[in-house]
Design a protein around this ligand. Structure first.
Ligand code: ASP
Length: 332
């Protein structure tokens, strides 16, 4: 809730061109309450819980946030039970598993792969694009060739369970319908994983990886690998990730918008809410879609907001290890 006082404080800070962050001592402790705000890692949906643990192993021992987010999202990428990310992801309408991923560091470095097939860890390929090429994004066959040239192995990513789901879909009218919260449909499944972390030194980094919308058109790329849509990190402010119907997020450059709103003084939750409301005001039919935004300020403060009930995020700090339900714009 923004009071008149916090509004004035935030507005004054925004005019002065500085992001509004609480006073945090070196080491991530808040001056006023003593609360330890970072290191911290947050990620979307409940597959974020085991992913956060892998990231936390790196953060707690003083490791780099970029290594943490890469290691974290590799957990659902490799897990065949997670049917919306990496290996085991649901295929497109032609039965092909095509993956999208991107990564950003605190210095504004960015790497992305889109429409990548046969590689279990697209996030690691995205990191290599960032670190070893003059480019930001590689796509399709070019991304695959780059991965193979850098030692990645070609694998079959279509599991029997995903193939069965696709075969069942082929027997329907084959209409593409975005599923609002996949985990409400098939309990063990979840959506894109977007992860943000601040390490002990205060560096913020993010990663986002997905098999995208199940039964999408062959060649469709969603928001998740698009810098500014599925993920955006600005080391001076914070980061944001998106999940849900990627087309709506892309049309409003959602994650960039969230970070810019935080730069202008909104709290993480206020920024996420305003980005959801932007979709409400601009895109007819918004209520048929789930959109979830999750934001982390560089001082460790977290917030989220979504279109429909059912989105949650996982958080891990020294004292917290839990799933947090997120407030929604629509009541059902
Ligand atoms: N945003 C992803 C996409 O549109 C899907 C999701 O997060 O559920 O590909």
């Amino acid at each position: 809730m923004t009071t008149r006082r916090t509004f004035i404080r935030r507005t004054a800070a925004a005019i002065a061109g500085v992001s509004v962050i609480s006073r945090v001592e070196a080491g991530g402790r808040r001056e006023d309450s003593g609360e330890q705000l970072f290191p911290v890692v947050v990620s979307t949906w409940n597959h974020g819980l085991p992913a956060n643990e892998a990231a936390w192993e790196i953060l707690r021992s003083g490791g780099y946030a970029l290594d943490a987010v890469e290691a974290g999202v590799k957990i659902p990428e490799a897990d065949p039970a997670v049917m919306t990310v990496g290996y085991g992801g649901l295929p497109d309408r032609d039965g092909k598993v095509t993956l999208d991923a991107c990564i950003m560091d605190e210095k504004g470095g960015a790497g992305s792969v889109t429409f990548l097939q046969h590689i279990k860890h697209p996030i690691s390929v995205a990191r290599l694009v960032m670190e070893k090429t003059p480019h930001v994004m590689l796509s399709g066959d070019g991304a695959l060739q780059f991965a193979l040239a850098n030692g990645f192995r070609k694998e079959n990513l279509l599991t029997d369970a995903a193939k069965k789901a696709w075969k069942a879909w082929l027997k329907t009218d084959r209409t593409f319908r975005p599923v609002v919260n996949i985990e409400n449909e098939i309990r063990q499944n979840h959506d894109t994983i977007g992860m943000l972390a601040v390490d002990r030194r205060g560096n913020i980094c993010g990663a986002c990886t997905t098999s995208g919308m199940a039964f999408k058109m062959h060649g469709r790329v969603g928001d998740s690998p698009i810098i500014g849509a599925g993920l955006f990190v600005d080391g001076d402010v914070g980061g944001a990730v998106a999940t849900g119907s990627g087309e709506l997020v892309m049309k409003t450059v959602g994650s960039f918008l969230v970070v810019e709103l935080m730069r202008n003084g909104r709290s993480p939750e206020e920024a996420c809410r305003e980005a959801v409301e932007r979709i409400v005001h601009k895109i007819p039919g918004y209520h048929e879609h789930q959109i979830g935004y999750l934001a982390l300020q560089k001082d460790g403060q977290v917030g989220a907001y979504c279109m429909k009930p059912g989105f949650d995020y996982a958080i891990r700090t020294d004292s917290r290890k839990e799933l947090v339900p997120v407030a929604s714009y629509c009541s059902e």
